[in-house]
Design a protein around this ligand. Structure first.
Ligand code: SF4
Length: 387
């Protein structure tokens, strides 16, 4: 009843499902979306779930539950109930290809075509046009009219659609699909994860047609550091967009929040973002990056961690108590087990290596040392001690 379509055309029962242990994956270039859900492998999983058994590919959810964390599976049950008897799709997650206008430092070519040249340099030492073309073609399914025609056939029971990317707001075809839903009297809940770079004016007419929208703005810093991490964005424009979205979402009673990916690039500078969320009166949340491993904050030495904790302590009184608590989650996270892979290269060298590759294949140039010299100084001076 849930279907997840990835940026490069793969279809799985859910974004948490582990295809390596239970191969149910299909490709929408080969199998129409109305057929996937009815395949024998999917039928097997649906039967297992309905009879209370645990499909192997669902292990991540069961592991979360064992650790007391509310799993994706439990969220779905509380939203849709657990007495599913028919095989209609009620919830759909569309990662609308890898078309994106940014090349965020924490992302990769899996989700953004803007990363392809840089990664080609990394993998092949040159710009491998054939590889780039092949990767791009896999994310071209969003412009395939057959896909959308097929989707219409399974849309009548949809209660919720999640759009991510790439950047969903750049995909015209999904706006046409929303127009079709509205024209046919369908009004599912819409969930978006967006980089917020598309101005509200460009999408408002479509959003106006729906009554229940939640939107998460992925923002990792303010000012020049935001321009650096969300590579290709411009803070002045982004700041204006955040304010426009806030006003609109509040006036329509929709939900808007800011979610920030915590990495070694921004961990000491999140206070200003928390403050912005406070001023605008919107939710702010942190999600801790674990991959690539070296970018995870668990790889900071004691010296770097002390600096971060000190910066957090200065936020008392500057941000709300609620957001202060979230900032202290960073300190708690420092005490969790580091089970990411270690390598022999210091963090600053990883950062520099990426910058060199980016600067080779793009007309603008980026440098963390320039946008946050104080933090850069900490990174290059910190003793290189893995935990
Ligand atoms: S906006 Fe999203 S998809 Fe685009 S580069 Fe950034 S993280 Fe990746």
């Amino acid at each position: 009843m849930h279907l997840n379509i990835g940026p490069r055309s793969t279809v799985t029962p859910c974004c948490h499902f582990d295809e390596k242990v239970d191969d149910t994956s299909a490709d929408i270039y080969e199998t129409p979306v109305s057929i996937v859900n009815k395949s024998p492998q999917w039928h097997k999983i649906q039967k297992q779930l309905m009879s209370g058994n645990k499909p192997a590919g669902c292990h991540k959810c069961y592991e979360d539950e064992e650790q007391g964390i509310k799993s994706q599976r439990q969220y779905a049950i509380s939203r849709f109930g657990d007495s599913v008897t028919e095989r209609e799709i009620k919830s759909l997650e569309l990662k609308l290809g890898a078309k994106c206008n940014l090349a965020c430092r924490t992302c990769s070519s899996d989700s953004s075509n803007k990363w392809l040249k840089e990664e080609s340099l990394m993998w092949f030492g040159n710009i491998n046009k054939d590889w780039i073309k092949k990767k791009q073609s896999l994310s071209g399914w969003t412009s395939n009219s057959d896909f959308w025609d097929e989707l219409h056939k399974v849309s009548h029971n949809l209660e919720k659609i999640t759009f991510t990317g790439g950047e969903p707001m750049l995909i015209d075809e999904h706006f046409k699909y929303l127009g079709w839903l509205s024209d046919n009297g369908y009004k599912p809940q819409l969930d978006y994860i967006t980089n917020g770079t598309v101005p509200l004016a460009k999408i408002q007419k479509t959003l106006d047609k729906f009554d229940n929208i939640t939107m998460t703005l992925s923002i990792d810093a303010v000012g020049k550091l935001s321009d650096y991490i969300r590579t290709g964005s411009n803070w002045e424009n982004l700041d204006q967009n955040i304010r426009d979205y806030t006003e609109y979402f509040k006036s329509r009673g929709h939900h808007l929040d800011i979610s920030s990916t915590v990495s070694v690039l921004n961990v000491s500078r999140l206070g200003k973002l928390a403050r912005l969320a406070d001023v605008l009166g919107i939710e702010f949340s942190l999600n801790f990056l674990r991959h690539p491993d070296w970018m995870c904050i668990l790889h900071l030495s004691e010296y770097g961690r002390e600096y971060v904790v000190n910066e957090i302590s200065k936020l008392d009184g500057y941000i709300s108590t609620k957001n202060m608590k979230k900032m202290y989650d960073i300190v708690k996270f420092f005490n969790t087990e580091n089970n990411t892979d270690l390598d022999n290269m210091p963090i600053w060298r990883h950062i520099l290596q990426r910058e060199i590759r980016y600067n080779k294949v793009n007309s603008n140039s980026i440098s963390l040392a320039k946008v946050d010299p104080e933090w850069w100084d900490i990174l290059i001076r910190e003793p290189y001690v893995w935990k």
